[in-house]
Ligand binder design. Structure first.
Ligand code: GTP
Ligand code: MG
Length: 213
């Protein structure tokens, strides 16, 4: 849940990377950290990992100080994708302002993508998020691998959802910024509707994008 601190002129926004095990959530944050290192980006904290597997969560803090003196803070989390860690996934998802669902493009992963998306919907409802209206971007990752579902097929399958779809190969850094940018714009739109960011705080979409400059 977005936190406003009028006195300190600060807003804190929580964004969560969700998806099945090994789809590339942690890799997305690692590449964002590489792109933004030394600027508005803090250290990437990984809490409890075993090999490639996240057991608790990763956290990447980003912040940008605007000319107006306002500070925008973004806390980017990943959930552990392994089925067994559902309680942790629920806890990490709680109070999220926006979500990237990282799907694995490999044909063999269609069922686990579906199950994880279903799990996202259930957990969102459990923690009181409005699943149908929350900012949500779906990234199909691992486009560099053979035996992946064709882009057009993915677009056809997902078009009824109306959700923004992006394609990436996070390991090579492809699509990582684009996905995050899309999430920022969806999140701005939603928070502006609910909290009148423009009128009350003078915040424009371009201010959110400054975190990527
Ligand atoms: N070929 C390829 N491999 C990728 C890509 N993205 C991630 N990987 C690899 O997939 C494995 C899992 O990536 P992670 O980022 O750790 O996956 P995760 O979604 O955080 O997994 P959990 O923490 O278990 O939920 C690692 O070996 C990554 O290097 C990609 O775009 N292409
Ligand atoms: Mg991980």
């Amino acid at each position: 849940m977005v936190e406003f601190n009028q006195e300190g002129k600060k807003i804190v926004i929580k964004l969560v990377y969700y998806g099945p095990a090994l789809s590339g959530k942690t890799t997305n944050l690692m590449r964002l950290h590489d792109f933004l290192a030394g600027r508005q980006c803090g250290e990437l904290m990984s809490l409890e990992t075993k090999g490639d597997r996240t057991l608790f969560f990763d956290l990447l803090p980003l912040a940008v100080r605007l000319d107006s003196g306002f500070t925008l803070k973004f806390k980017l989390f990943t959930v552990p994708g392994q089925v067994a860690h559902d309680a942790t996934r629920k806890a990490v998802l709680s109070r999220a302002d926006g979500v990237v669902f990282v799907a694995d493009s490999q044909s063999t992963q269609a069922v686990s993508n579906f199950e994880s998306f279903d799990n996202l919907e259930k957990n969102a409802n459990r923690v009181g998020l409005d699943f149908d209206h929350m900012p949500l971007v779906v990234q199909f990752n691992k486009r560099d691998l053979p035996d992946i579902v064709a882009e057009q097929e993915i677009l056809n399958r997902w078009s009824p959802s109306g959700l923004p779809i992006t394609f990436g190969a996070a390991l090579q850094g492809r699509g990582v910024r684009e996905t995050f940018q899309r999430l920022l714009s969806e999140t701005y739109r939603c928070l502006d509707e609910r909290h009148r960011l423009r009128e009350t705080y003078g915040l424009e979409p371009a201010h959110f994008m400054q975190v990527l400059c």
